[in-house]
Design a protein. Sequence first.
Length: 63
Amino acid sequence: MEDVNWGLIMPLIILQALLAIIGLISLAKADRVRGPKWLWIIIIIFGNILGSVAYFTIGRKDV
């Protein structure tokens, strides 16, 4: 089994977790979003980095 280069992978894992946490907090505080909140929760959690980015660019409804 090959050695994993954690120096390259760990920043991506941290970025993914940070974006997901910030996205879920933002979603919880939001009064209105485009689409149902339960769907955005699934997209943020299982969509990795792109799911969080999609929420911030498409899902949020600025009032």
